[in-house]
Write a protein that binds this ligand. Sequence first.
Ligand SMILES: [Zn+2]
Length: 150
Amino acid sequence: MSEFDDEDKKRIISDFESILPKLWERARSEAKMDTESEFLSESLEGKSIEELWEMAYGIESLEEQKLKREARKLKADYGEAELNILVCPLCNHDQVINSDVDWEITSGNKKIKSIKVRGAVCLNCSETFVASDGVKAVLKAIQESKRIKE
Ligand SMILES: [Zn+2]
């Protein structure tokens, strides 16, 4: 697929990073993984564009995606620095608005703390998503809370 340029790849990676925390959370609870490092250490940069595409969108075509992206730009909450999620990866709904989200950091069933990060929320299923910076903030908060516990 030579239609992909660097800009496309950058966007796909950034889209994917935005849904990574949720995938990680689900994978972790399903596989009962102990640490976050195993999942997060997998390099997205090393993957081919087709692999990233499949991971992020399944079999949806590039053309459809481009049309949706253009339509997304017309929505009121669109912003260059925002997540601008096209479709909720969990419920497939297309109303995922850019928003501040409260990210709760939990250990087992215990809530450690809640931090406010920039991300997006699905208006249909209420799932929240955070941007890469948000992920970093969450991981930092986890590390800090671990340090306090020790
Ligand atoms: Zn949803």
